[in-house]
Design a protein. Structure first.
Ligand code: HPA
Length: 271
């Protein structure tokens, strides 16, 4: 495993002209951030040794190296979801490659169903913590010496970055919610009873990604900031049929705000 990660990282190091310390996973709601990256170098996943290949409609897969404002960044366009059939090792492989490339901070976005009754469709929610309900743990198996066998999760989402994001939102006049993201395998959206159960468990939003990548990032010593765009509501009395298209439309509407927060946040710190 470690050899594969290092082989992939060596391949990328030989190709890229930058040495970013910041990475972004361009999940739903953040696709347009790509247009703001300058001095772009794009590497399709197919060309990268050991990289899984993205399959879901609307998620083209490539790594993009370049600059966002003054900051050198690495962006993942297209992520690997557990529901697509990838193993947890595949889902989180790119994060381990990030660690080998020297990434110190990871930004993630996703689409999620809101279970908190005060939320509205189109809200942005800073992820303050998560609940991992995936059926397989991404760190199951032999421990890779990037981190301890039993990693601490008391601050999975960096409090300093959360505070900075709140300050930026305040200046920009953008309303941000905060809450707990519950990660579940999908690919079904939840039944009303499942949404209710997740809310009672402490979730403010539920989605099918992010948690595996965040766990592996934490294990590697990478600090994390995440935002969910609330694309539908799993709230009693407000539950309506939901489709992938509805999720995309709601995410597109919130995209400019999400992009602003991420751009400003990424440019607000040194490393
Ligand atoms: N549930 C799970 N994943 C999601 C949802 C949802 O309601 N909306 C967007 N991704």
């Amino acid at each position: 495993m470690l050899e594969k990660i290092q082989e992939t990282a060596s391949y990328l190091k030989a190709r890229i002209h930058t040495a970013p310390k910041t990475a972004v996973i361009l999940g739903t709601g953040l696709g347009n951030l790509v247009d703001e990256i300058t001095e772009k170098q794009e590497i399709p996943y197919q060309e990268i040794p050991n990289f899984p290949i993205s399959t879901v409609e609307g998620h083209s897969g490539k790594l993009i190296f370049g600059k966002l404002g003054k900051k050198e960044i690495m962006a993942m366009q297209g992520r690997f979801h557990f529901y697509e059939g990838y193993s947890m090792k595949e889902v989180t492989f790119p994060v381990r490659v990030m660690r080998e490339l020297g990434i110190q901070t990871l930004f993630v976005s996703n689409a999620a169903g809101g279970t908190n009754p005060t939320f509205k469709i189109g809200d942005l929610m800073i992820i303050t913590d998560h609940i991992n309900l995936f059926p397989e743990h991404p760190l199951r198996g032999k421990n890779i010496a990037y981190g301890p066998r039993f990693p601490d999760m008391s601050e999975a989402y960096d409090k300093q970055l959360i505070q900075k994001a709140l300050d930026i939102a305040n200046v920009q006049g953008i309303t941000l919610r905060q809450g707990v993201y519950l990660g579940t395998q999908g690919p079904t959206f939840e039944t009303p009873s499942e949404y209710r159960m997740f809310y009672r468990l402490g979730a403010d939003a539920v989605g099918m990604s992010t948690v595996p990548e965040v766990i592996v990032a934490k294990h590697c010593g990478i600090r994390v900031f995440g935002i969910s765009v609330i694309t539908d509501l799993g709230v009693e009395g407000k539950i309506i049929e939901v489709s992938h298209e509805d999720v995309q439309l709601a995410a597109d509407a919130a995209q400019p705000y999400m992009t602003t927060i991420m751009r400003e946040l990424i440019n607000s710190f040194q490393n």
